[in-house]
Ligand binder design. Structure first.
Ligand code: GTP
Ligand code: SPV
Ligand code: MN
Length: 584
């Protein structure tokens, strides 16, 4: 149906391998979406929710052993191990094609192969990239239809060229022993088999827009980052854009959809993106960013009218829920939604469930998929082909201790060091132990498609090429008191921190110099209307020298991994930090 020869030939080749009964080319129309939804409802792949209360909403349950990204089964397949670097799993391309080829062989027998053309980024933008994903899963098709610009629009962007990502996915038997997510950056190719979950299978997202795109960015002089993009408008109408990298399930969607507290009249927050930013240097010497996605694949637990009213509003219609509780009324529920769980219902596995059981009803990494156009705070600039100019880059993570609420780096090189050494407690977004502190440079540890030492070089180089680089900050919403409670109220109140960051970028206020960076003067930080005791404020902003010496040693251990690939600038930053935090 589409005339592009390169696409046709590749689809035929993949069909010879996977041997589907039928090939279905997708156009991205509403009629097509409805037809596929009905098919999936008929087979039980989707469950319809109450269409009066939640029009267009459906529920999907994944296999019990298939609920998150699988970092240990994710590979970068470059000709040499060196190119993948010390933080990635590596497999030689020939070995990967042969190993996965055997699993793919005949894997779509009796099934339909859907051909999903999709565009990452606004049509006509020089930022944008085309991918074609082949899959046997309607759940994947419907999610890609929300998360990307899918169908004819992508083929039109591609024209008769052959510059498209070749993505092959088959759900197969979901056997974790035969599950692999392989990336071939040199071939602009992704092969994913044995999973039906999120980041493993929606190939436009982590696989293309981060792993493959970061490799492209390195060669073409731009950045593909695990960052939200948000605009903050002050009462005078000035908008400043911030890009922020937090690891998975550490608050990007929430910050991107932030609703200002009542004590901030006149402030508006504009959502551009909640997970991924592609950034280029503009002719004006500034950094410009687009969101390549068209939807939100958001963490469900903890989402409520209190924490994230914008998200609650937008997921009442045309949303796919994955692994949440089904109530007897045909609606959904999850831990942290409200204090009124249904008396009984069905848990994420479809088993009868009651809150008294004491067991969670929703999976810890349950998700919603919603089109960006339903975001109440969507920025009018969200699909501007030029992107938006970034004033500040913010790194952050979950740290019960050590990292203060906010600090600013001394300059770009120091900021790159802060990003390269950032750490966070692990979450349920990937299959591994939860709550363990690990280094996660720029929140890209699981997503950098090449040698991370070279990635640090690339960041430093981008800084040198910019006349007006963004200022770089670090935040931590998750510092805890002795009882495991959070010291900082978070969510909407995070605007107070963003305001300080923007005031710093505009040169409106000074700051106090500490060994780790600049921190707010008490008078410059608006805490009006917050019920925080001076002791809590002090604890939130405390920089404990002993804890920081330990932190510095841990950073040094981590940086050793990169050997000669570690840039000299970061070695110097490490030494200077060591000097600054020495006890008198
Ligand atoms: P990914 O989609 O996995 O990349 O996650 P994300 O970075 O977008 O995280 P998200 O905003 O979905 O938040 C993850 C979890 O952290 C949710 O349970 C949120 O309720 C919680 N969270 C987000 N922001 C805050 C905050 O400021 N304070 C506290 N205490 N929790 C937060
Ligand atoms: C993340 O884990 O960072 C996500 C969810 O955004 S997934 O799409 O599964 O990667
Ligand atoms: Mn993410």
């Amino acid at each position: 149906m589409y005339k592009n020869k390169a696409v046709q030939e590749w689809v035929e080749e993949m069909a010879r391998l996977t041997k589907p009964d039928k090939i279905c080319w997708l156009e991205g129309t509403e009629e097509e979406r409805q037809r596929l939804t009905e098919e999936a409802l008929a087979t039980g792949e989707l469950i319809q929710l109450d269409q009066g209360k939640m029009p267009g909403c459906v529920l999907h349950r994944t296999a019990v052993n298939d609920v998150a990204r699988v970092e240990h089964l994710t590979f970068i397949c470059t000709p040499t191990r060196e190119e993948a670097g010390p933080t990635n799993n590596w497999m030689a391309p020939a070995e990967a094609y042969s190993k996965l080829g055997k699993i793919f062989d005949g894997s779509m027998r009796g099934r339909v192969m859907y051909v999903i053309p999709y565009l990452m980024g606004p049509p006509g933008s020089s930022f944008s990239r085309v991918g074609i994903e082949l899959t046997d899963s309607i759940y994947v098709v419907l999610n890609m239809g929300i998360m990307t610009r899918m169908g004819r629009v992508a083929m039109e962007h591609l024209g008769d060229g052959d510059d498209f990502n070749r993505g092959l996915h088959c759900t197969a038997d979901k056997d974790p022993d035969r599950r692999f997510i392989c990336h071939f950056p040199q071939d602009n190719t992704i092969w994913s088999v044995g999973s039906g979950y999120g980041g493993n299978v929606l190939l436009g997202k982590k696989c293309l827009a981060l792993r493959i795109a970061s490799y492209m960015g390195r060669h073409e002089g731009w950045l593909a980052e695990h960052m939200l993009i948000v605009g903050v408008e002050d009462p005078e109408g000035n908008v400043a854009y911030i890009a922020a990298a937090f690891p998975s399930a550490c608050g990007k969607t929430n910050l991107a959809l932030l609703r200002p507290p009542e004590t901030f009249p006149g402030y508006k927050v504009w959502t551009v993106g909640d997970d991924i930013a592609w950034m280029r240097i503009g002719e004006d010497g500034r950094l410009w960013a687009i969101n390549p996605e068209a939807g939100i694949f958001g963490v469900v637990p903890g989402t409520s009218y209190k924490t994230n009213p914008n998200a609650m509003q937008m997921i009442q219609k045309d949303t796919i829920f994955t692994n949440v509780v089904l109530t007897p009324e045909g609606t959904v529920w999850w831990e942290g939604m409200d204090d009124n769980p249904p008396k009984h219902g069905f848990d994420w596995q479809g088993r009868p469930w009651a809150p008294e059981s004491g067991k969670p009803g929703a999976q810890a990494n349950s998700r919603f998929t919603t089109p960006l156009r339903q975001v109440p705070t969507l920025s009018p600039e969200w699909d501007n082909p030029q992107g938006v100019p970034i004033s500040a880059i913010v790194f952050g993570g979950r740290r019960a201790k050590v990292a203060p609420l906010v600090y600013e780096s001394f300059n770009w090189e120091h900021g790159v060091y802060v990003g390269a050494t950032m750490a966070s407690e692990t979450t349920a977004a990937a299959t591994h132990d939860v709550g363990v502190v690990r280094r996660d440079p720029m929140a890209m540890l699981p997503f950098c498609g090449y040698n991370m030492g070279q990635y640090f070089h690339h960041w430093l180089e981008m800084g040198r090429r910019m006349e007006k680089p963004p200022q770089i900050f670090h935040v931590n919403w998750f510092r805890q008191n002795g009882d495991g409670g959070y010291l900082w109220p978070g969510y909407g109140e995070n605007l107070r921190v963003l305001k300080w960051i923007i005031d710093r970028c505009r040169g409106k206020i000074g700051a106090r110099e500490t060994p780790i960076g600049y921190v707010p003067h008490a008078n410059d930080f608006d805490l009006s209307g917050l019920n925080l005791t001076p002791a809590v404020i002090q604890e939130l902003s405390k920089i404990d020298r002993e804890a920081w010496q330990e932190e510095w040693r841990a950073q040094g251990e981590f940086l050793k991994k990169f050997g000669d690939d570690l840039p000299a600038e970061l070695r110097r930053e490490y030494q200077s930090l060591g000097e600054r935090i020495k006890m008198e």
